[in-house]
Design a protein around this ligand. Structure first.
Ligand SMILES: Cc1cc2nc3c(=O)[nH]c(=O)nc-3n(C[C@H](O)[C@H](O)[C@H](O)COP(=O)(O)OP(=O)(O)OC[C@H]3O[C@@H](n4cnc5c(N)ncnc54)[C@H](O)[C@@H]3O)c2cc1C
Length: 287
């Protein structure tokens, strides 16, 4: 089952030319990660198509460069675009430093979606680090339409408690009686009362029925490789597991070949892929 929405179907905000937007809010999530809300300059109606859960925009820091960043907000409604960005290099650092009122260019939306419409049974969402940002819209969607799903399990891994994203929202999700939220950190100092270990250690205990569960996974590639293996060991079917491949890219429209991975272009065919299409490729380090 392929993820839906072809890249050609959606790029009205400018497939190649960045459309100027203004930063309307900037929230620091962790020491190196910020969430920006963006609105188009001028007529807000100019922003007609919003990224759907799993899709990404190319964000352009003027004078520095452009990078792909997934939507971390809701695709319903007409609020600002929301992107959560980890500062790792020149462009992401420049974006994270933008104060409200600053300008940013936006191309998109691009890419495939988390296949929420194809999931009707149980859902397990597994996030590692910044991978929770691209998954947040899918989690919100499932929790807002709770009756459409079976058991919902959200498993989150981070390096330390200080690296956890959206802590208040995680607590609100955790307080619900109709969903399981479990968090593990790789390392913690005294005072952390949660689990310590890799996110894969949460999979055997997840409340879902593997026979009717689907899984969405996003995080570093090595984490996704081990998570997919653990989900298979738990009994989930490979064709019901999806991963988001956040490899670097340039054009986002399938022309430059920068994001080629084996026979696929991540920007054109992903970034959300059925895990079966990526499993072997993810395990070959040189690709
Ligand atoms: C479809 C897609 C969606 C993404 N969504 C998000 C998101 O929601 N939030 C977010 O913070 N980041 C996201 N990324 C990653 C983000 O695009 C990169 O961090 C960014 O391109 C780095 O550019 P830079 O110029 O800041 O750093 P660079 O100087 O290019 O790189 C700095 C360091 O980061 C590493 N790096 C660069 N690109 C990536 C990458 N794609 N994945 C992992 N490591 C990388 C480099 O190897 C280097 O070590 C996404 C990437 C893709 C392809």
């Amino acid at each position: 089952m392929a993820a839906s929405a072809s890249p050609e179907a959606a790029a009205p905000r400018g497939a190649m030319t960045p459309v100027p937007h203004r930063v309307v809010s900037r929230v620091q999530e962790t020491a190196d990660t910020w969430t920006l809300e963006l609105e188009p300059l001028g007529d807000p109606d100019a922003q007609q198509v919003r990224p759907r859960a799993g899709q990404f925009d190319m964000l352009h820091a003027f004078g520095v460069g452009e990078v792909p960043i997934s939507t971390s907000g809701d695709h319903d409604g007409d609020g600002p675009l929301t992107h959560t960005i980890r500062a790792v290099g020149a462009v992401s650092r420049a974006l994270c430093a933008l104060e409200p009122g600053s300008f940013v260019g936006v191309r998109g939306p691009f890419g495939t979606e988390w296949p929420l419409a194809d999931v009707s049974g149980d859902l397990v969402v597994v996030a590692g680090g910044i991978g929770l940002a691209p998954l947040r819209p899918a989690i919100r969607h499932a929790l807002e339409r709770r009756a459409e799903y079976g058991a919902v399990s959200v498993l989150v891994g981070a390096r330390t408690p200080q690296d956890l994203l959206f802590v208040d929202e995680l607590e609100r999700w955790r307080a619900r009686l109709d969903a399981e939220v479990d968090v593990a950190v790789d390392a913690a100092a005294a005072g952390w009362h949660g689990r310590v270990g890799l996110v894969t250690t949460l999979i055997p205990g997840a409340v879902v029925d593997p026979g009717k569960a689907s899984a969405f996974v996003c995080g570093p590639e090595v984490m996704m490789t081990f998570v997919v293996r653990a989900l298979l060991e738990r009994g989930l079917a490979l064709e019901r597991i999806w991963v988001s491949m956040e490899r670097n890219m340039r054009c986002a429209v399938g022309h430059c070949g920068h994001c080629q991975l084996g026979p696929t272009l991540i920007c054109r065919d992903g970034a959300v892929f059925p895990a079966g299409a990526m499993q072997r490729l993810m395990e070959v380090r040189e690709l």
